[in-house]
Design a binder for this molecule. Sequence first.
Ligand SMILES: Nc1nc2c(ncn2[C@@H]2O[C@H](COP(=O)(O)OP(=O)(O)OP(=O)(O)O)[C@@H](O)[C@H]2O)c(=O)[nH]1
Ligand SMILES: [Mg+2]
Length: 453
Amino acid sequence: MSNKSANWFKQAGRAGNPLRRQRLRVGVTGLSGAGKTTFITSLINQLENHQKGLLAQRAPFDRLVSVRWRRDEVKQPFPYLDSLAALSAEPATWPQSTADLSRVLLDLRFKPQGLLGKVQGTRDVSIEILDYPGEWLLDLPLLNLNFGQWCEQMTQWLAQSPRAELAVSLRERLQSLDPQAEADEAELADLAGAWSAFLQRCRSDAGLSRNQPARFLQPGSDVAAQMLHFVPLLRANQHSEGNAKSWWGVCEARFNYYRDFIVRGFYDEHFRHLDQQVLLVDMLTPMDAGQAALSDLKGAMEAVLESFHYGQNGFLARLLRFRPRIRRLALCATKVDKVGPLQQRAVQQCLEDLMVDRLADVRHGGVEIKGIPLSAIRATRQEGDALVAGLQGKTGWVRYQPGDIPAHLPQSLQVNSPQLLALRPPPGLHRNEPFPHYRMDDLVAWLLKGARL
Ligand SMILES: Nc1nc2c(ncn2[C@@H]2O[C@H](COP(=O)(O)OP(=O)(O)OP(=O)(O)O)[C@@H](O)[C@H]2O)c(=O)[nH]1
Ligand SMILES: [Mg+2]
């Protein structure tokens, strides 16, 4: 990732009066399919239409004078218009899964409050957000591993169900490689392709979250294809060695490049300045896929959260210009419009149960955590006990009774999930009207609490 793009925050801050402008750097964190792009699209839409929807009725938005979504000065701007085009198509479709980084910059201007406020003039706040393919987050734990350790971890994972069955003959092929023997580039390229196909099966057939290296599934625009030609060597461990031409030498060099430039570059850009984080989690899909998917989600989220810096900045840390730490965290179960109103709280509770240990650590570090079950764009409407919605790719409507969600997640992670349907967005969405949602207003108000208005 280039320095040019890493500097976008700085460039963005120059417009307007930088002395009076506060910047909220919001980390929207979520695995692939968690709902980040839909959330960001809805966030821009709700703010652009702050005078009409639920926002208009609550503080501090009653003092919000104007909102501007900036795209010209921003490198790789968030494709807001593309998302809107998909959502307002006939029949409506969801925004595409994200293939590369993009950036959001929103300027908000608030009217002053009280007498003192009038003297001080208006208050300007910028909200800065990155959107990226959620898969990339799964690479963050690689920052703490060397190639040998990664090989050991993959050997362990491949020995267990369901990865063992999904790896099929690939595991045997990898086991037959002698790390010290001379590498064959053509075979390595073929094996890397087979590893990508295996990761794809893990994701789509078993609903697994931890699919590494993530760029094998979603390369992005900044990686040369050949740099992704490496695989774990199942006969290697952290004490292995080999010359530069051996399987070990070639794979280790590419792994190191991947870790030190690609993963580190993404980490630096995404996490450099965060001061608050919105953690989006789709709980319903893994609840539907079953126990293995839930425990993989738990492992993935815990590993991802390890990479963030939480808690207060001490005086010494500020003095020495250490990286700012996240002080506020919103934990959101997404897409809760798929279940009935009474179950929405239960989905959020199940998420908090799943993450209980890690949340306790984060809270202990002095971070304020707020749980908000969320639907960025509500696709269902309620009719009595039933929900009515349209199915993806179809016209017409279905009426259905979502099943029950347990009040708490069982220790065994064994749940009977509710009926989950692939819903399409609601009809009639337009840029100049606030999208129907569930608790986006609470979330936006929470975000703004991080600013001095
Ligand atoms: N019913 C409903 N479905 C949603 C909502 N938000 C997202 N979805 C569904 O979840 C899918 C994934 O949402 P995205 O916003 O693309 O997720 P993402 O986190 O950006 O995923 P990546 O780009 O792959 O990292 C969408 O295609 C929708 O099917 C919501 O508020 N309600
Ligand atoms: Mg996305």
